[in-house]
Write a protein that binds this ligand. Structure first.
Ligand SMILES: C[S@@+](CC[C@H](N)C(=O)[O-])C[C@H]1O[C@@H](n2cnc3c(N)ncnc32)[C@H](O)[C@@H]1O
Length: 226
C-alpha cells in the first residue's frame, strides 16, 4: 500500500486541516487538552496508516538519507548505554533506527515507545513483536511510566503550548533516571526559541545540538541532563 506524491500532498493537507480545526476547538473551549491531543493523534494515524512506508508512518516524507539526517541528531545527547523511551513512537520505526544507529556508535539502547493512537500502537506491536510489551498506549499528558528511562525523547508539540514547561518538568522529575537525559525535537529554527523557552521556564537547564541535511535544512534538538 503506497500513496503517490499527489495523494501524499492531499493527505498532508487533510491532516493539517484536522489539526487546525482541533486547535481552534481548543482555543474556543470546545475541546479540552485530552480531546485536542486525541484529535491530533487520530488525524496523524489516519494519514500514516494509508502508506506502508515506515518513514511516512513516522511523519516524514523523504528518502532514507534525509530521514537519517533528520533523526540521527536525537542520539547526540546519548552519552551511555541504557533504556530509551520514544514518546509518540507511531509505528516504532524511529525506535528501530535509533537502536541500530546507536550500535554503530558503540552504544546499546533498550527501546521503549509510548503512543496515543491505538491503531498505531497495534501496528507498532505487529511490526516489532519482540518489543510488543515495551510499546505502551497512553497520552503523555497524564501517563505514568512503569519505571524510569535513561533517555526520554519527546516532541513538545504533543501538548498545548501553555503546558510545555510543565511537561518538561514532569518528564525530568518522573520519567528520566538520574544521570539520564530528556531530549526534545528535532525542531527547525522557527521552533527552536519556544522549545528552549519551555526548558528554561521548567528550570531544567538546556543544551542544544544541530544537524544540516543535504538540502541545507537545519534541525535542532534541545536536551537536559538529570
Ligand atoms: C510525528 S510522529 C513521531 C514519530 C517518531 N517519534 C519520530 O519522531 O519519527 C508523532 C506521534 O506522536 C503521537 N502523539 C501525539 N500526541 C501524543 C500524546 N499526547 N501522547 C502520546 N503520543 C502522542 C502521534 O499519534 C504520532 O504517532
Amino acid at each position: 500500500m503506497s500513496l503517490n506524491p499527489i495523494e501524499r500532498q492531499r493527505a498532508k493537507i487533510e491532516t493539517q486541516t484536522a489539526i487546525d480545526a482541533a486547535s481552534l476547538g481548543l482555543v474556543r473551549g470546545i475541546l479540552d487538552d485530552a480531546a485536542w491531543s486525541r484529535a491530533i493523534a487520530d488525524a496523524l494515524a489516519s494519514a500514516y496508516l494509508r502508506d506502508d512506508d515506515p518513514r511516512w508512518q513516522s511523519g516524514f516524507d523523504g528518502d532514507s538519507q534525509l530521514w537519517r539526517d533528520a533523526r540521527e541528531l536525537i542520539l547526540a545527547p546519548v552519552h551511555r548505554d541504557g533504556t530509551f523511551l520514544d514518546i509518540g513512537c507511531a509505528t516504532g520505526y524511529l525506535m528501530e533506527c535509533l537502536q541500530s544507529w546507536a550500535v554503530e556508535r558503540g552504544r546499546r539502547l533498550s527501546m521503549f515507545g509510548l503512543e496515543l493512537s491505538s491503531a498505531l500502537v497495534a501496528t507498532a506491536r505487529r511490526r516489532l513483536p519482540g518489543s510488543a510489551d515495551q510499546i505502551f498506549e497512553g497520552n503523555v499528558l497524564d501517563w505514568s511510566p512503569p519505571h524510569r528511562f535513561t533517555f526520554v525523547h519527546t516532541g513538545l508539540e504533543y501538548v498545548p503550548a501553555a503546558r510545555r514547561p510543565s511537561l518538561v518538568r514532569r518528564l525530568v522529575d518522573h520519567f528520566v533516571e538520574p544521570n539520564g537525559r530528556l531530549i526534545a525535537g528535532p525542531v527547525d529554527g522557527a521552533d527552536l526559541a519556544t522549545t528552549i523557552e519551555a526548558f528554561e521556564r521548567a528550570e531544567a537547564g538546556r543544551e542544544t545540538s544541530k544537524r544540516t541535511d543535504r538540502n541545507g535544512k537545519t534541525r535542532h534538538v534541545v536536551w537536559c541532563s538529570t
